[in-house]
Design a protein around this ligand. Sequence first.
Ligand code: G3P
Length: 217
Amino acid sequence: MKFFVDTAEVDDIRELQATGLLDGVTTNPSLIAKSGRDFKQVIAEICEIVDGPVSAEVAALDVEGMIAEGEHLAKIASNVTIKIPVTPAGLKACKHFSNNGIKTNVTLCFSANQALLAAKVGATYISPFIGRLDDINLSGMDLIADIRTIYDNYAFTTEILAASIRTLNHVSDAALSGADVATIPPAIIHKMYGHPLTDKGLEGFVKDWASTGQSIL
Ligand code: G3P
C-alpha cells in the first residue's frame, strides 16, 4: 500500500520524506487554509520535496472553471494531481483531464456508486472518506472493501486512496481491505512505529548487550 501524507505543512512533509516511506501528498482547501500560506506557492514547494503525486484541489464548482483551474495547477509541476469533487461537473472535468493526460484524484467519495462513476471517467485515484462515514455510524471500511470488489470485477485501473484517516486501525484495516493508497495525517504515521512490547524488548536487548562488555566495531 502506498503512503501519502495528508497535510499542507511543508515541515511535516520534509520530515516524513526523510523516512523514505512517503509516496505522495494530498491537500484540500481546508488543509491549505490551515497552513495559512499561498496555495500555489505551497503546492510548488511540496512538489519540490516529494517526487510522488501531490493532490491540489480546484475551487470552482462548474466544469469550465474546474478545467481552467486544473490546467493552471497542472502547470506548477509534473507531479501535480488535480483533485475534483465527485459531482456531475467534477466528473465531466475528470473526463477532460483523463483524456488529456492530467492525473486526477476524485474526492469526497461516500458511496460505491460514486466510486464506480469516477472509475468510468478514468479517475487516477478515488478518495473514499473513511472517518467521515464512521462519524455518522456508517462503515468507511466496508466502503473500501466494496469499491475494491467492484474495481477488481471490471479491472478498473483507478486506485483506491483511503482518506479521512483518523486512527491507526484505519491504516491497517485499509491495507487489509485492499486500498491501493492511504493518505495519512502526519501524527498517525508517527504513531505507527510504536508498540510497548517493542520498547520493552529493546530495553532488554540493550541491557543484556551491555552486560557482555563487547563492542561490534
Ligand atoms: O484527504 C481528506 C482528509 O483531509 C479529510 O479528513 O478528517 O477532515 O475527514 P477529515
